[in-house]
Design a protein around this ligand. Structure first.
Ligand code: BGC
Length: 541
């Protein structure tokens, strides 16, 4: 059962992001579903994950893969029923795993009955649920997010006879948070899922809830006031459940989303992510150091959440223009790899399918700061398919086995919601769960080890962080310390071996905690250490 005794459980946890449609299909219709996920909970438990984040599971016309919700109170028929959801939650809890799901506050689908009613009549009680205007010239300073598709945040609606406001696809009209009725609706939505047993929400696209003329319509004080009310609701009625903030912003702009420990429990740290990729490509940790220096302290009951990849394009919003061009040139040399301000590729192909680099990136993820999230499939190094539409290329069926149906479904693979990855490097013959489970040195088993060790030492989730100066930018070395735990992480970002010197008191009887053995220091103090290309060490001092 999940342990209820620690309200700060999320600080030491490891999260797993699951796209239900991609994970496992229980009824042979070619679409993954909730019973399919339930059937695979042992896998998730065995890897050591504490919490699953489900991408949207609600009825939706799927113009944005479910982030366009048509009914907040039900399950998409492809995925099953509310009862299936309750079973999933119960079974997960029995295995000590929590479940959170997306809460999409900012917008609905244009197929939502609220919008359908709103557009038909100015006197509908739902008209004021959305943001309407006679002109498309308001809120000009708000940027467009899906720049490859949308040319404006306003779209004309013939039936309504007005423009409506949307920060994402035009099929996703923004809700009007000035309207107290909209604010209340979302409390009801939360209550519904919390009563069903959900452990919290990944709250989607929070910066954009309110619009104000003369601002960029992001991170407004009204937004924080409202979010604090959501938190209060949770704390009062559902203590122990969590809110995870999706604000793709600079660290100083995410900081207010933690409030005084009274807004979000956890918040994604977006800007660290591309800098890990920069560091590995440049064999130089400086960019990560700079963003860490720019990362403010957060209240003690809050936590950063870090990731390498997720279901979206690898976003390059939180980098300079020059850095973005560099990232595109290095990691998305073909134009088809680029999408909006990002890169539609998965972790393994980005890192050349090189297990040493993929492990290194994960070593940084698991040891740097915060609570790590792994995107389904990245634990085995799944590939992508850049030729699929939008972000579908990073949402293909989970590769369980070496067979044409990849153990995902009993349906004819031609009926799968998306084709499985079948290229010479990342195809299921080479990349699948079963083979990696049977191979001790596989990526899957290395990640499993990192999860276990991350969880065994509170220093990783709760400890202080300090860099160790080794006078070599190709080496990322830092301490994580918590009470009497002191862990030294040393990672070689370059392909070539690097020798580094450590003062005696720094390395005293170190234990390599990933491999459970004493580090063999051959020479006399001051000790020097030789790290092979892309080698990483987590040492307990
Ligand atoms: C989600 C995207 C989605 C967008 C609009 C983002 O935060 O991660 O997948 O398209 O919100 O809902």
């Amino acid at each position: 059962m999940i342990k209820q005794d620690d309200p700060l459980w999320y600080k030491d946890a490891v999260f797993y992001e699951v796209y239900v449609r991609a994970f496992h299909d229980s009824n042979a219709d070619g679409h993954g579903d909730l019973p399919g996920l339930t059937a695979k909970l042992d896998y998730i438990q065995n890897l050591g994950f504490d919490c699953i984040w489900l991408l949207p599971i609600y009825p939706s016309p799927l113009k944005d893969d479910g982030y366009d919700i048509a009914d907040y109170y039900n399950i998409h028929p492809d995925y099953g029923t509310l009862e299936d959801f309750e079973i999933l939650t119960k079974e997960a809890h029995q295995r000590g795993i929590r479940i959170i799901a997306d809460l999409v506050l900012n917008h609905t689908s244009n197929q939502h009955p609220w919008f359908q009613s709103a557009r038909k009549s100015r006197s509908s009680k739902y008209r004021d649920y959305y943001v309407w205007s006679d002109t498309n010239r308001k809120y000009k300073d708000a940027r467009i997010i899906f720049i490859d598709t949308e040319t404006s945040n306003w779209t004309w609606d013939d039936t309504a006879g007005q423009y409506y406001w949307h920060r994402f696809y035009s099929s996703q009209p923004d809700l009007n948070f000035n309207n107290p009725a909209v604010q209340e609706e979302m409390f009801n939505v939360m209550k519904f899922w919390l009563d069903l047993g959900i452990d919290g929400f990944r709250v989607d696209a929070v910066p954009y809830l309110f619009e104000r003329e003369g601002t960029i319509c992001e991170n407004l004080p009204e937004t924080h006031d409202y979010l604090k009310r959501l938190r209060k609701f949770i704390d009062t009625n559902y203590p122990g459940r969590v809110l995870l903030c999706e604000a793709n912003q600079w660290p100083e702009d995410v900081r207010p989303y933690f409030g005084d420990g009274d807004e979000f429990h956890i918040g994604f740290h977006f800007p660290i992510m591309p800098r890990i990729f920069m560091a590995i490509r440049k064999s130089d940790i400086s960019d990560v150091k700079n963003i860490m220096a720019r990362t403010p302290e957060i209240p003690s009951n809050c936590q950063w959440c870090t990731f390498l990849r997720n279901h979206d394009e690898l976003t390059l919003e939180m980098v300079t223009e020059e850095e973005r061009q560099w990232m595109w040139q290095e990691y998305a040399p073909e134009s088809r790899m680029r999408l909006n301000l990002g890169i539609r590729r998965r972790l393994a192909p980005l890192l050349d399918g090189d297990q040493r680099k993929i492990e290194l990136a994960n070593s940084i993820l698991f040891s740097l700061i915060g609570t790590p999230i792994i995107y389904y499939g990245d634990e085995i190094g799944m590939g992508d398919n850049i030729w699929l539409e939008d972000r579908a290329g990073v949402r293909t069926p989970m590769q369980w086995e070496n067979s044409p149906d990849v153990g995902f479904s009993h349906a004819d693979p031609k009926k799968f919601y998306l084709p499985v990855i079948n290229d010479p490097i990342f195809g299921y013959e080479h990349i699948n769960v079963k083979d990696q489970q049977n191979c001790p040195s596989s990526l899957l088993n290395q990640i499993k080890k990192m999860i276990a060790v991350h969880k065994a030492y509170r220093a990783f989730g709760r400890g202080d962080f300090s860099w160790v100066d080794v006078d070599n930018d190709a080496i990322a070395a830092y301490y994580r310390t918590y009470q009497d735990e002191k862990i030294l992480v040393i990672q070689n970002l370059s392909a070539t071996s690097q020798a580094i010197a450590f003062p005696l008191d720094t390395i005293h009887q170190p234990i390599d905690i990933l491999n459970q053995k004493k580090l063999h220091l051959t020479n006399k103090p001051p000790f020097s250490l030789n790290l092979a290309g892309y080698e990483y060490l987590w040492l307990k001092i």
